[in-house]
Design a protein around this ligand. Structure first.
Ligand code: FAD
Ligand code: NAI
Length: 475
């Protein structure tokens, strides 16, 4: 006997589990199927984000940042330390415990919201009367009948052609989060978000880190002024970043990995490292879904084709998160999940793609929302810019972390905020104010007139807004 549901969600990452919770909150009888296994073979919902992405990477960034503070900054505060050491096994154990807390938290949330959870692989069997038949292959095999289906099957790391991940020497994000000892020499291919975050973790712990990037510009999607400032800071920390390279043959032996590449001038080079992380982007995942069998349309990248509301070409089938177009970010997946659940329930779910924030959790952190200066120039929109350096912010001085700035871009005529870009301490938290402001279509003057607590890093946000009108008070 098939179990019947109003909504079946395939995939329990941030897109899927949040969609399931919202659908259940709206009174829909909802199931979520997720196949991720923990090291004991049990369920580990939360997807890439919880298991091998956002959460474990931030746990390791935190541990390594503590280490870097102890090694390089405690002395300024008069704190002396002898015999500083890092127990990598313990650090990884803490990271695993943080991951488990999040897995367990999601299972608890399913219970609390009456979402039925199935541990296993979900796939389309066929269209059925008023919906779809979905098979679950797992510890117990089941057949479900769903009136509506939300596909949230996420993404996988992209490998270099002919260089599969062995997760020992050639690592994806998964292996990069499980390196058992600080490598003496670490190589990374791709200076995107993972390259910089993972490179930072192991650099802080003492590895010699070299990043090889194909593009001639550093962090091309980031506002140029912010990217330059970040590049300066990373170089000072000892990250070697080579731009404009062409990666050639990669060889592995007992001693490690050798990467042949042509540098920006075309000269042949080799990089010898103990471990190599390949972080050159991710590919949408529809493995085992039987998309072909039911005629679910994919694009040339393998992403499920959806409209602006996450509707696929099949009636009653929706798709959200990394498996569809748009930025591969957990909060984007969540917003889409909520909006789809609301649409299924007859509400008007909405995602504002113009105000999705980006954060790179390096030190200094990089965060932004809206358009960059180069995008505004390219579109011909007249704008005003205002910047304020953390060097002139009292809280940043007290923290001992004065790298970077806040930058506002506002429409030249209306003063509406078009973009906010931050490189510096706690940029990940500071960006929220800019997201709120842009969501309410605020002007830079609105932020400039709002009282900000003193001393706080957020005063740099206010001052950058004042700088748009050339009237900073503290710089
Ligand atoms: P996923 O999280 O990939 O979840 C998909 C789930 O579906 C998985 O559990 C998978 O096992 C399951 N699944 C797939 N197929 C099936 C099937 N047929 N049946 C059952 N289950 C199935 N984003 C941020 O916003 N902030 C960050 O700080 C951040 N850090 C990251 C760090 C790293 C190292 C990586 C790799 C990614 C990071 N991301 C971050 C990106 C973020 O993890 C993804 O954008 C997010 O996880 C996408 O969510 P999703 O629900 O679409 O897919
Ligand atoms: P990415 O798209 O951020 O960066 C990939 C980089 O690799 C690019 O700079 C690209 O030019 C380069 N590249 C591609 N092919 C190359 C080649 N053959 N040789 C050298 N360089 C090459 O992808 P990344 O870092 O793998 O991360 C995947 C996604 O995961 C991110 O785009 C982001 O959506 C998400 N993520 C988000 C995080 C966050 O929000 N803090 C953290 C980590 C990942």
């Amino acid at each position: 006997m098939s179990k019947q549901f109003d909504v079946v969600v395939i995939g329990g990452g941030p897109g899927g589990y949040i969609a399931a919770i919202r659908a259940a909150q709206l009174g829909l009888n909802t199931a979520c199927i997720d196949e991720w296994k923990n090291d004991k073979g049990g369920p580990a919902p939360g997807g890439t984000c919880t298991n091998v992405g956002c959460i474990p990477s931030k746990a390791l960034l935190q541990s390594s940042e503590h280490y870097a503070h102890a090694a390089h900054h405690f002395a300024e505060h008069g704190i002396g330390l002898k015999d500083l050491s890092i127990d990598v096994k313990k650090m990884l154990g803490r990271k695993d415990a943080v991951v488990k807390q999040n897995n367990d938290g999601i299972l608890y949330l399913f219970k609390k919201n009456k979402v039925t959870f199935f541990h296993g692989r979900g796939s389309f069997v066929k269209a059925a009367e008023a919906g779809y038949e979905i098979a679950v292959a797992g510890a117990a095999n089941e057949t479900l009948l769903a009136k509506q289906v939300i596909v949230a099957t996420g993404s996988n790391a992209r490998a270099l052609p002919g260089v599969p991940f062995d997760e020992d020497s050639i690592l994806s994000n998964d292996g990069a989060l499980r390196i058992g000892a600080v490598p003496r020499r670490l190589g990374l291919i791709g200076s995107g978000v993972i390259g910089l975050e993972m490179g930072s973790v192991w650099r802080r712990l003492g590895a010699e880190v070299t990043v090889l990037e194909a593009l001639p510009t550093f962090l091309g999607a980031v506002d140029e002024q912010i990217a330059k400032e970040a590049h300066k800071a990373f170089t000072k920390q000892g990250l070697k970043i080579e731009l404009g390279v062409k990666v050639g043959e990669i060889k592995t032996d007992k001693k490690g990995v050798t990467v042949a590449y042509a540098d920006a001038k075309g000269a042949a080079q080799t990089l010898a490292v103990d471990k190599l992380i390949v972080s050159i982007g991710r590919v949408p995942n529809t493995t085992g879904l039987n998309a072909d069998g039911v005629g679910l349309k994919l694009d040339e990248r393998g992403a499920i084709v959806v409209d602006g509301d996450c509707r696929t070409n099949l009636p009653g089938v929706w798709a959200v998160g990394d498996v569809v177009r748009g930025p591969m970010l957990a909060h984007k997946a969540e917003e889409e999940g909520v909006a789809v659940a609301e649409r299924i329930a007859g509400q008007h779910g909405h995602v504002d793609f113009n105000t999705i924030p980006w954060v790179i959790y390096t030190s200094p952190e990089i965060a932004w929302v809206g358009q960059t200066e180069q995008q505004l120039k390219a579109s011909g929109r007249a704008y005003k810019a205002g910047t304020f350096p953390f060097l002139a912010n009292g809280r940043a001085r007290a923290l001992g972390d004065t790298t970077g700035m806040v930058k506002f871009l506002a429409d030249a005529a209306t003063d509406e905020i078009l973009g906010v870009h931050i490189v510096g301490p706690m940029a990940s938290e500071l960006i929220a104010e800019a997201v709120v402001a842009m969501s309410f279509r605020a002007s830079s003057e609105d932020i400039a007139r709002i009282c900000h607590a003193h001393p706080s890093l957020s005063e740099a946000t206010k001052e950058a807004a004042l700088a748009v009108d050339r009237r900073t008070l503290n710089f």
